[in-house]
Design a protein around this ligand. Structure first.
Ligand code: ADP
Ligand code: MG
Length: 219
């Protein structure tokens, strides 16, 4: 495995799932072996790529109920460990078990030589799922719209990032903040982008030059 990449933001509707799927698709087209992991109990990523969420899935990996290899399915893009509609259970199931932040990385060990990239989509709420994702990751990509509510999501996520740096994975890098659903013509959005650059500075990262424009075909 060359890289494990988490896509996260504390807000929903900012393009996390779309970013994860698009990145996986591009890397796959370049010839890399790519694995997607869906940690959101909404399972949008899994359903978007035609994965079955009723079979063995990421909950089985977290609860050590199946071999990781047996939870992997082929999707329309690349291999995927599908999400679980019951994934909300995970916080209770793992409770205050020691090492609960490491369930995902432990699950990925046995398949790490089978893939070049692993891309993890996360839910908006910050719980054990997102912490596991960041604990397992080399890189974090933070998609955000240029609106104040999603900027709040970035700062809330950053609090979690700092905990991960302190306790479970000091090597994770924030690769950058990705502005999504962008409309160049909106002046408000431009001001927001400047705000975001300031924020990225404080987080020792950058705002990617490439923004993702709002597009009917994506929607
Ligand atoms: P999140 O995972 O953060 O909740 P999604 O990736 O599911 O966000 O995107 C939220 C909604 O916006 C979805 O309906 C998606 O299809 C749409 N969307 C995402 N990116 C774009 C885009 N570049 N242009 C238009 N619609 C988009
Ligand atoms: Mg999503």
């Amino acid at each position: 495995m060359q890289k494990i990449i988490t896509v996260a933001n504390r807000k929903g509707g900012v393009g996390k799932t779309t970013t994860a799927a698009a990145m996986a698709s591009c890397l796959k087209k370049k010839g890399f072996r790519v694995l997607l992991v869906d940690l959101d109990s909404q399972c949008n990523l899994s359903s978007n790529v035609g994965a079955d969420v009723r079979g063995k899935n990421v909950l089985d990996v977290f609860l050590r109920k199946a071999k990781t290899k047996d939870t992997i399915q082929q999707s329309s893009i690349c291999d995927i460990i599908a999400g679980s509609l019951d994934f909300g259970k995970i916080n209770d199931a793992l409770g205050n078990k020691t090492g609960r932040e490491y369930r995902l990385i432990e699950g990925l060990v046995s398949i790490k030589d089978d893939y070049d990239f692993c891309i993890i989509d996360t839910p908006p709420e910050l719980g054990i799922a997102t912490t596991n994702a960041m604990t397992a990751s080399d890189d974090l990509i933070i998609p955000t719209t240029a609106e104040s509510f999603s900027l709040d999501g970035v700062s809330q996520l950053y609090e979690n990032v700092q905990e991960v740096w302190q306790y479970t994975n000091q090597d994770m890098k924030i690769a950058g903040i990705l502005v999504t659903l962008y409309n160049n013509r909106a002046i408000l959005a431009k001001n927001m982008r400047e705000e975001l650059v300031k924020m990225a500075d404080e987080m020792n990262t950058k705002v990617f030059k490439q923004t993702i424009r709002r597009s009917i075909s994506v929607a």
